[in-house]
Ligand binder design. Structure first.
Ligand SMILES: Cc1cc2nc3c(=O)[nH]c(=O)nc-3n(C[C@H](O)[C@H](O)[C@H](O)COP(=O)(O)OP(=O)(O)OC[C@H]3O[C@@H](n4cnc5c(N)ncnc54)[C@H](O)[C@@H]3O)c2cc1C
Length: 390
């Protein structure tokens, strides 16, 4: 990656707001390209909350050696369930289970090794133009200060203050809740389970094993209270007892968020959840957030040019199309979907991962053209529902 990025000409620091996945990845990439970088993180120290995450094999090609230490398990099979039906998909390249509380410190070490400076207990408050670039207001260790920079990168999550202060409109979010449970006896530790229950959620429930002993079970919904109620009922029905809880609001991608804005003579960029860089079909934001971070690093180091951002936009657009097709599915549609997954379609699903969604979609519909009709019906149902609401 270092070879793709040539040093920029800016003398002044790049300020990255937010020391989590996307921010630290941006900081490392920009620092490797020869720019001075400072990361501002509002938390007093690096003790990121535990969070079990599943990513595709794509993660390995993005990460340095030390971040790969955050991989705690590998998934070789998916089992899909709906209304008494099921289908199994064997993965040619295993998915990876990563633990966020290991990933973030590893990314921080990589950013520091690349030369980035990390400042904790430092909260971004606001931004404005100064004579030559940007004036950044912060509160650090309880005191207000002003910093000056040419470039600021907002990596401060779904409720990004950088985005609001710079004039981006707010992005829609949905609740995601996850419980750590003992791995059920009938579930192998290398198998992820997904349940489609459209009466509960237009998204899905999942179980991802962390080890032979523990798994994360979770759901994404649309309404916080209702999602929690459905989740509790689901856990009870499956005889799963929560040992720990994890959760937050996740951005919903509804079209490309332009990642760049000019303020006076300075430039502001957004990466990760702050720019809704989340695959809205499965609501995964790690790999796509890193891609957004790499894209912004390229833009900062290559006079605004970034091939990665164009590719990411196409990728997120395909996931948005898939989500729109699925979002209004009723039980009979999911039943038909699972019935249509014959051996050849399941082979495509196992061979091509969801971070290559256009190739995956094309291969799946080529092998099972009836899925096109089902998808079109989903898109039309969504359109009809929007017309009724209007
Ligand atoms: C329970 C759960 C499970 C998930 N599972 C998966 C999964 O399996 N696979 C997957 O790919 N994705 C998953 N996601 C989504 C994924 O975790 C996010 O997309 C990703 O972590 C976003 O990273 P980020 O760096 O963009 O933002 P964040 O992780 O939200 O980081 C923002 C950082 O900015 C800091 N900050 C905020 N405001 C300020 C400020 N004013 N000043 C300074 N610092 C500030 C915060 O303290 C934080 O450190 C899951 C999310 C949740 C909640």
């Amino acid at each position: 990656m270092e070879n793709q990025l040539r040093p920029g000409r800016g003398e002044r620091e790049v300020i990255v707001v937010g020391g989590s996945a996307a921010g630290l990845f941006t900081a490392a990439s920009v620092a490797r390209g020869g720019r001075r970088v400072r990361v501002l993180e509002s938390k007093p120290q690096f003790e990121p909350a535990a969070r079990t995450l599943i990513v595709t094999d794509h993660f390995r090609s993005q990460m340095g050696v030390s971040a790969r230490e955050s991989i705690i398990n590998e998934i070789r099979r998916f089992e899909l369930f709906t209304d008494g039906r099921s289908a199994q998909v064997a993965l040619r390249k295993p998915d990876l289970i990563i633990e966020r509380s290991l990933l973030i410190p590893a990314l921080a070490r990589e950013a520091q090794q690349a030369g980035a400076r990390l400042s904790f207990d430092t909260r971004f408050l606001g931004i404005g133009p100064n004579a030559s670039g940007l004036r950044v207001e912060i509160e650090t260790n309880g005191k207000r200060e002003e910093l000056h920079a040419d470039n600021v990168v907002g990596a401060d999550g779904a409720a990004s203050r950088v985005a609001r202060a710079s004039g981006w409109p707010p992005i829609e979010t949905v609740p995601l809740v996850q419980a750590i449970v003992r791995l059920p006896k009938d579930c192998p530790p290398d198998t992820t389970r997904v349940w489609f229950v459209p009466d509960d959620t237009p998204y899905f429930y999942w179980l991802i094993p962390e080890s032979a002993e523990r798994a994360a079970v979770g759901v994404i919904g649309e309404n916080g209270v209702q999602t929690k109620r459905c989740f509790e009922r689901f856990l009870e029905k499956k005889h799963m007892e929560p040992l720990e809880w994890q959760g937050a609001r996740i951005p919903v991608y509804r079209g490309w968020v332009p990642v760049h804005r000019q303020i006076g003579n300075g430039e502001v960029y957004l990466v990760g959840d702050a720019a809704a860089q989340v695959k809205v079909s499965t609501v995964g934001g790690i790999v796509t957030g890193f891609r957004g971070a790499l894209g912004v690093a390229q833009a900062l180091l290559q006079d605004g040019k970034s091939p990665e951002l164009g590719a990411l936009r196409r990728e997120l657009g395909t996931h948005w199309l898939i989500r729109r097709a699925l979002h209004h599915f009723q039980q009979k549609d999911y039943s038909q979907l699972v019935d249509l997954l014959d051996a050849s379609t399941r082979q495509s699903l196992g061979e091509i991962n969801r971070d290559e969604s256009a190739r995956l979609l094309w291969n799946v519909v080529r092998r099972q053209p009836r899925l096109v009709l089902l998808g079109l019906r989903g898109l039309l149902m969504g359109k009809a529902e929007r017309c009724i609401r209007v």
